[in-house]
Design a protein around this ligand. Structure first.
Ligand code: KG4
Ligand code: ZN
Length: 334
């Protein structure tokens, strides 16, 4: 069969990214332009600035990607783009750009859900193995999904309040670390010990998660200690928070491994870059003789290669989008 090259575009938050992905598994070229340093000045992503920067940079990101691949848009078989979930203005820049390319070059357009993209980041280099359990852990989502085939999803559980990444970012902010908080908490935690007693989030028999109570208890603890004039041991607090947050994932994953007897596990989303989390989840999987597939670090946080990987099964099925495609700020995996 002829090779299928998909030109894929991701602009849902603060990364302008374009990739060319061959047959859903091989990254021919990838460019990621992050706006992180700009938004760090404001303590988080400023939507208006994000969309403006996408608009300023997207043509250059396309050129750079085509140059790296030594290809033209003409050489590609389809144009894929993230349409949801994300910041509306940011999504629209990518969508309008993709629609123009699809129209001008007469290529089919494929719309990809960003979270499904994170899941398919695990397809890069090696196809997904089914059935599998997918733990989606990003800045906006915390979900446990069962997959029985390509695009066959069943939601087992999800967060009842905050996402795990959101909790990392808010805790980081309260202890004075820069945005994005996740990597900075991880760095600090590696120098500390799990000495602070924090509440266990949801210790029940569902697959649901909760992070708002844990986040609030860290914020309250910091405020109380400051009022009393006590020093906070930031490394220990970061370590205690990270341990408690990851324990919640471990408990729920273990429950699912026990109840479903599924032997393949994948993790997806920005928080999956956390090394402590990766090693703790690997230990749980080992206990149940399950294999844990981890996306390469570069494919954990937002990137267009995962969008190209997720677009491939849709290309094969002939599921194409119309040129009136619009952005959706919120949508579910299933
Ligand atoms: O998937 P992503 O890039 O964007 C969303 O789709 O939300 O995830 C971003 C989230 C942020 O909350 C960030 O703090 C978190 O992923 N994150 C991490 C790490 N790297 C990124 N959290 C913990 N440890 C990390 N190493
Ligand atoms: Zn993401």
């Amino acid at each position: 069969m002829k090779d299928i090259n998909i030109l894929s575009i991701e602009t849902s938050c603060d990364e302008t990214s374009i990739a060319i992905v061959k047959n859903g598994v091989e990254v021919v070229a990838l460019t990621i332009l992050t706006q992180m340093d700009t938004h760090a000045n404001f303590g988080g992503v400023v939507p208006e600035i994000a969309s403006r920067m996408h608009a300023e940079n997207i043509t250059m990101v396309l050129e750079e990607t085509l140059n790296k691949a030594k290809m033209t848009v003409e050489d590609c078989d389809a144009i894929a783009v993230t349409y949801s979930p994300g910041l509306l203005g940011s999504l629209l820049v990518g969508i309008e750009f993709a629609k123009v390319l699809a129209y001008v070059y007469n290529k089919p357009l494929i719309k990809v859900n960003h979270l499904i993209g994170h899941i398919y980041a695990n397809k890069i280099g090696d196809n997904l193995k089914f059935p599998c359990l997918a733990l989606v852990i990003s800045g906006g989502h915390t979900e446990l999904i069962k997959m029985t085939g390509d695009y066959e999803f069943e939601k087992l559980g999800e967060t009842q309040d905050d996402a795990i990444g959101e909790a990392f970012d808010k805790v980081a902010r309260v202890i004075g670390l820069k945005y994005p908080g996740g990597p900075n908490i991880e760095r600090l935690a590696s120098e500390g010990k799990d000495t602070y007693k924090l509440p266990i989030p949801v210790n029940d028999n569902t697959y649901n998660f909760s992070y708002s109570g844990l986040k609030s208890s860290v914020i309250n603890l910091v405020n109380n200690e400051r009022q009393r004039g006590n020093e906070i041991r930031k490394e220990d607090l970061a370590c205690s928070f990270q341990t408690t947050a990851v324990d919640e994932l471990k408990r729920k994953l273990e429950l699912a491994l026990k109840n479903t007897n599924i032997k393949n596990v994948i993790i997806a989303g920005g928080v999956s870059a956390n090394k402590y989390l990766r090693s703790e989840l690997a230990t749980i999987c080992q206990k149940y003789n399950a294999t844990l597939d981890l996306p390469e670090f570069i494919y954990c946080t937002d990137n267009a290669a995962m969008i190209g990987a997720a677009a491939y099964p849709l290309f094969i099925k002939g599921e194409f989008a119309d040129l009136d495609l619009n952005a959706e700020s919120n949508s579910q995996i299933c």
